[in-house]
Design a protein around this ligand. Structure first.
Ligand SMILES: Cc1cc2nc3c(=O)[nH]c(=O)nc-3n(C[C@H](O)[C@H](O)[C@H](O)COP(=O)(O)OP(=O)(O)OC[C@H]3O[C@@H](n4cnc5c(N)ncnc54)[C@H](O)[C@@H]3O)c2cc1C
Length: 420
């Protein structure tokens, strides 16, 4: 049995960095290769919500002081999840039991930029930027060699693809694994949470994630990011952007609903107009979120999903997170599942490093579980997407009736929320 291990991770995203911390804290040799040239290279999107699953994974992999920093950098924990109809009538409300920042299980919105900055702390010399992975090949003595676009290579005992939804590593390891368009287009934007705007935001949005079921297959999601008990950094502070208070929203519908114009190609103002055109009979406060959005931060994307595949023959190359089980954003669990993978893979690799298990059986067990819960999350996210965008009035009426019933019947509520 060969030990100690040398682990190569492709991708310094949510899952890859969490895994790197876990391995480093157990003394396992690890290197991370990232295509971006610097941490601030790319717009990271607005925010992510870390739930109890993701929080537990981060707690287990990060040094305590770093986890505490992450908790302190999160926005106020969400107090609850509220489903509304497009006139803003309540369909279903769920209170979250943990709403203190110090609660381990709190649902924590955190800015993507802050998450990445914190996850990079303590990994100097481990994360290498500007290294775009292009492919791998078997090396000598059972090693695996990663190749990069700049002509360099890196060799290790095990290679992990944590390179996100468009994973180059997956396309070589599992060429049959597909990621497909769902037909849904999403437009997202954000509204500065200044005093004037705050007064106009629907109150459930200030409490936490708020899915809004509209008519004719249209759907909206809104959630506030606020730091009521923290100090607000000055405008010129480095972390000002990470402590911005705002409401983020996403509006989605089948592509055809947006008419002949291709939303991918529209600028912010035209996207806002296209969304408002689909919201004519919505409550004015919901429309106001779109009207007040900063056009320069409004963008559209085609919602994609991976297609589940059965387990494959395990070798010394594996995957985690979106690189395998990319899912639609309608459950808000993609990053949380990537973090769960990172914690599970860290446990598997540490045992191998200690010489207590061989690599391939340890990875096979990791893959079996990860394929199971990862694709279950993909299916659940897709089912939510289909339910939220059902076009037929009868389907929508049934969904709303089920939510209203669940609002009254706790076991039904728990069943509807399963896996979230
Ligand atoms: C609108 C939206 C909202 C979302 N909200 C939530 C939420 O609230 N909660 C939640 O849990 N999830 C959410 N998600 C999903 C979440 O963003 C992803 O599931 C998560 O980021 C996946 O993490 P990852 O580590 O697998 O990949 P990523 O975080 O995408 O990291 C992949 C990394 O690999 C790098 N990389 C890619 N290719 C290469 C290459 N060839 N060579 C080297 N490096 C490479 C990338 O630059 C990147 O840094 C949301 C997604 C969307 C689209």
């Amino acid at each position: 049995m060969k030990r100690p291990l040398k682990v190569t991770i492709i991708g310094a995203g949510t899952g890859g960095l969490c895994l790197a911390h876990g391995l480093q804290s157990d003394g396992v040799a690890v290197e991370v290769f990232e295509r971006d040239h610097s941490p601030a290279d790319r717009q990271q999107g607005f925010r992510l919500s870390i739930n109890a699953t993701g929080g537990a994974a981060l707690r287990s992999c990060l040094p305590q002081a770093l986890f505490d920093k992450l908790a302190a950098s999160s926005a106020d924990p969400s107090e609850g999840l509220t489903f509304l109809d497009h006139r803003l009538n309540r369909l279903l409300a769920i209170d979250f039991p943990h709403n203190e920042r110090s609660d381990a299980d709190a649902e924590r919105p955190i800015s993507r930029a802050a998450l990445r900055r914190i996850l990079l702390e303590g990994l100097d010399g481990i994360v290498r930027f500007g290294r775009k992975f292009t492919g791998f090949e078997d090396g000598a003595d059972g090693s695996v060699v990663a190749h990069f676009a700049d002509g360099t290579t890196a060799s290790g005992d095990v290679l992990i693809g944590a390179d996100g939804a468009g994973s180059k590593l997956r396309s070589q390891l599992l060429p049959h694994a597909r990621r497909v368009e769902t037909g849904i287009m999403a437009v997202s934007g954000k509204v500065d949470l200044n005093d004037a705007n705050r007064a106009l935001v629907p109150p459930p949005v200030l409490r936490g994630p708020t899915p809004i079921l509209g008519p004719r297959g249209c759907f909206m999601f809104a959630s506030a990011v606020q730091y009521r008990d923290g100090e607000r950094p000055a405008r010129n502070d480095t972390f000002h952007d990470e402590r911005e208070e705002y409401v983020m929203w996403g509006f989605s519908a089948h592509r055809a609903k947006f008419g002949s114009a291709d939303p991918d190609r529209l600028g912010g103002e035209k996207l806002k107009a296209a969304v408002l055109g689909l919201m004519q009979d919505w409550h004015p406060s919901a429309m106001r979120l779109v009207q007040a959005a900063d056009a320069s931060a409004v963008s559209a994307f085609a919602v994609k999903t991976s297609v589940p595949i059965p387990p494959w023959r395990t070798r010394n190359v594996t995957l985690l997170g979106d690189a395998l089980h990319n899912m639609t954003p309608f459950r808000g669990i993609g990053a949380n599942t990537a973090l769960r993978d990172a914690a599970a893979l860290r446990n598997a690799l540490v045992i191998v490093d200690r010489g207590e298990r061989d690599l391939v059986p340890a990875l096979a067990d990791y893959e079996r579980d990860m394929i199971d819960y990862g694709f279950a999350a993909v299916r659940a996210s897709l089912a939510d997407m289909e339910r939220f965008h059902a076009d037929r009035p009868l389907s929508r009426a049934l969904t709303k009736a089920a939510f209203r019933a669940a609002d009254w019947i706790p076991p039904l509520k728990a069943a509807l929320m399963g896996g979230r």
